[in-house]
Ligand binder design. Structure first.
Ligand code: PLP
Length: 605
């Protein structure tokens, strides 16, 4: 089976290191001999006695032309930071086994030209890049092979790191080896392992080898694509890749770049909803006048992601004009269209101006689906902007069998998914499509003189700075392009189907145990469940479920999360980590069952 994160495939990443190293960047080759280019030379004890004054004694004497030698931290800890000048060289090399290591030479070596430390040295990148890739590949291997060494939910206490690290940054370079040792010993304990195959909390942060390589290439090129000019490929690839993805999702042509619409990759889902609220606000204020801002009202549900409220507040929408319609189990926590219709009529009667509906496909709590067909018809009939937030579940809609969940999208004005959640595109990647790109550009356009440029085919040029909040932007489409190309859409669909099947398997386990109950209808890879109440005692049931989640998460063997639905404390089991297989789901269920039984024995229910 092809897996998005089979660690062996990491070997492919060495190709990227090699590729970056071979980019046609002019490199000044005039630097001196390779002396001083060592890493980790001279580990051990001793005073570092040599002909240099004070080398290794940590006194910081200056030798030769002022290059600091022996600027260490006490006896035997001295660094040799450079070799001094040619007349100094040869007088001794710091005999002894000082703990210091030779970094880049700062001095002249036998008359050769100066060798300075450079931040992007290709050979160092090659060498250390390989070390880093090995480190990361080992991490993924160990996550699978030695899960006990990696508690899924970090078990540290707040502030744990302060005592483990120095009070200030080092004055002199340290070795990568020392740093990676610290990562293993000090950072890893404070990592919650989202990539563990036994991670079932929140929604996943899905990674893949292709996504990783895309990030790597992106970091290597490190271009800034705020206008077309600043890296034409960064802009043009994004336009094309989002058209590809729009086709996979079967979005109506209006969302493609060939008409008035198009796609843009936002940093996160929160940014996506913010920019469309701003676009919609601009459109309505043009019509009703800017003094009408206090009368603008928006609609969502009590299940809508909290980013919507934040987006509204940033956009100047009054808090009391944010209508969060109530949902319940009768609609499986989806937005009831009749509530929307009623709220709109009532607001109109009071002189408010309804201008925005935020519908969700796959809510954060329970993966509820708002019914886009009726909601879209209402939006259209009142001329209200409808946004569809499919941050989590949108990726699943590339599978034809799931496309039905976004039926009705033709009446939406904008739509976003988080490819970093479930399209194997590593943090962060939030594609957003919009039908009328000019409304977005009108809301966000800036024209400083220093960014002006002349170009042929001006009308065809996209400047993504005008589609987002920030100016600078990474080459965001690169990794999505690589994910789509290195897997192909059929594999991506199958990865997603695997997750959905694993969630179904978990759901079956729960359904077969009479101590538990499934709480909501499952559409995707999230199962909402809980220990069932006894004799209808909801309070006691909440206590039991809180105790259960605390117990299972404190084992470090799995990590699940919770939510509240209609006042009930609910457990969430979300499949989506790239290494999760059937055995992990089965083990997770056994752990949950075991702890539930212990609670029963201890009289918690
Ligand atoms: C439905 C929904 N919308 C928006 C978001 C926010 O996405 P981001 O964290 O990328 O800002 C989430 C995050 O879980 C979500 O589930």
């Amino acid at each position: 089976m092809l897996r998005p994160l089979k660690h062996e495939i990491y070997k492919a990443s060495s190709l990227i290191t090699t590729f970056i190293q071979h980019l046609p960047i002019p490199i000044d080759m005039d630097y001196g001999n390779d002396i001083g280019n060592g890493h980790d030379i001279g580990h051990g004890n001793g005073n570092g006695i040599g002909n240099y004054n004070g080398v290794g004694n940590g006194i910081g004497n200056r030798v030769g032309k002022g290059h600091e030698i022996g600027n260490g931290h006490g006896i035997g800890n001295g660094y040799v930071n450079g070799i001094g000048t040619s007349d100094v060289l040869g007088k001794g090399h710091g005999l002894g086994n000082g703990n210091g290591y030779v970094n880049y030479g700062n001095g002249k070596v036998n008359g050769a030209k100066e060798k300075k430390m450079r931040p992007m040295e290709s050979e160092l990148l090659r060498e250390q890049g390989h070390i880093m890739v090995d480190f990361i590949a080992d991490y993924y291997k160990n996550l699978e092979d030695s899960p006990k060494d990696f508690p899924v939910l970090s078990q540290v206490q707040p502030g744990y790191l302060r005592d483990m690290l120095p009070d200030s940054a080092p004055d002199h370079p340290e070795s990568l080896k020392e740093l990676l040792d610290d990562v293993s010993k000090k950072i890893m304990p404070g990592i919650t392992h989202w990539q563990s195959p036994s991670y079932f909390a929140y929604y996943a942060s899905s990674t893949s080898v292709a996504g990783f390589l895309g990030e790597m290439l992106n970091a290597g090129l490190s271009v800034v694509g705020f206008t077309w000019l600043t890296s034409p490929a960064a802009t043009e690839l994004e336009v094309i890749v989002l058209d590809w993805l729009a086709k996979l999702l079967q979005l109506p042509n209006d969302f493609h770049s060939t008409g008035n619409g198009g796609g843009v990759i936002q940093g996160t889902g929160c940014e996506a909803v913010l920019v469309v609220v701003l676009a919609a606000r601009g459109r309505i204020l043009k019509k009703v006048g800017k003094n009408s801002l206090p009368r603008l009202v928006v609609y969502a549900t009590d299940q809508t992601h909290s980013s919507f409220r934040k987006a509204c507040l940033i956009s100047g929408i009054h808090e009391e004009n944010i209508r969060l319609l109530k949902t319940d189990s009768s609609t499986n926590y989806g937005m009831p269209p009749e509530s929307l219709e009623q709220a709109i009529s009532s607001d109109l009667a009071k002189g408010f101006i309804p201008f925005f509906i935020c519908a969700t496909v796959g809510t954060t709590s329970s993966a509820a689906v708002d019914p886009l067909v009726p909601l879209g018809e209402i939006a259209k009939s009142y001329g209200i902007w409808m946004h569809v937030d499919a941050a989590y579940a949108g990726s699943a809609c590339i599978c034809p069998e799931n496309r039905k969940y976004i039926d009705g999208i033709e009446n939406a004005d904008s739509f976003n998914i988080n490819a970093h959640k479930w399209l194997f595109s590593n943090q962060t990647c939030s594609p957003l499509w919009i039908k009328d790109r000019y409304s977005l550009i009108d809301a966000l356009k800036t024209n400083p003189e220093y960014l002006e440029y002349k170009v042929s085919k001006r009308d065809e040029v996209v400047n993504y700075k005008d589609w987002q909040i920030s100016l600078s932007r990474r080459f965001r489409s690169l990794k999505l392009w690589m994910v789509l190309r290195l897997y192909g859409s059929e594999n991506l669909k199958n990865f997603i189907r695997d997750h959905i099947n694993l969630a179904k398997q978990f759901e079956d386990y729960v359904a077969q145990d009479s101590n538990f109950e499934i709480v909501t209808t499952r559409y995707f890879s999230l199962v909402c469940f809980r220990i069932a109440p006894i004799d209808g005692d909801e309070d006691q049931c909440n206590v039991q479920n809180r105790a259960l989640i605390a117990a299972v998460n404190s084992t470090g063997n799995i990590f699940i999360s919770h939510t509240a639905l209609s006042g009930k404390f609910i457990l969430r089991f979300a499949v989506g980590a790239p290494l999760t297989e059937e055995k992990h789901v089965t083990e997770a269920w056994q752990i949950i069952q075991k702890h539930a039984s212990k609670l029963i024995l201890n009289g918690h229910f």
